[in-house]
Design a protein around this ligand. Structure first.
Ligand SMILES: C[S@@+](CC[C@H](N)C(=O)[O-])C[C@H]1O[C@@H](n2cnc3c(N)ncnc32)[C@H](O)[C@@H]1O
Length: 163
């Protein structure tokens, strides 16, 4: 598998998991957290899937396409190690969906990021809510793995339900 194949598979898995989450949560009210704005691809997809929800977005900087930028009231700018704590104070444990795309090219840096952010994410999602992540969050108590959409290979993306 080439690196191009890997990227394409990851993006298709991301889209399938987001689409499945939108179906599962259609009748479940609550706001959404997008961890990792990046260039705004998944933010754009999420706001299309959930047009009536508040979507709060986290990143250390805004570097997205100009058409894919949240307004200031929905943006938590800075290190997520800090902004997730601020958000927990402001929003409470009420998110119905967290999508976290928080990996880097560097495996060790990704591992440190997951170890730091994983427990903080858990304080933001309500019982029964979904957490979708590009990284495994299996080690964190309180998250139960959910079946993946049929077109997503095991390990390609990760979906959990908050106990
Ligand atoms: C893989 S990109 C996200 C791509 C995005 N989902 C998209 O579809 O365009 C990851 C983003 O998360 C941000 N990020 C990762 N860890 C972070 C942290 N600990 N604090 C703040 N931002 C972080 C990076 O700055 C980067 O923009």
């Amino acid at each position: 598998m080439t690196r191009l194949d890997t990227v394409i598979e990851r993006l298709m898995a991301q889209r399938s998991c987001l689409n499945a989450a939108a179906s599962a949560l259609r009748d479940v009210p609550g706001h959404i957290l997008e961890l990792g704005l990046g260039n705004g691809r998944t933010y754009d997809h999420i706001r299309t899937l959930f047009p009536d929800r508040d979507i709060y977005v986290f990143d250390r900087e805004v570097a997205s396409h100009p058409d894919c930028r949240p307004d200031a009231a929905h943006l938590f700018l800075g290190s997520m190690a800090e902004t997730l704590v601020t958000a927990a104070d402001q929003l409470g444990p009420d998110a119905v969906l967290i999508h976290a795309d928080i990996g880097f090219g560097d495996a060790a840096a990704t591992e440190r990021n997951v170890a730091t952010l994983g427990p903080k994410m858990l304080t933001l999602v309500r019982s029964g809510g979904l957490v979708l992540c590009d990284q495994s969050l299996e080690r964190f108590e309180g998250l139960t793995p959910e079946p993946l959409p049929p077109d997503v290979e095991t390990g390609r993306y990760h979906v959990y339900r908050r106990a």
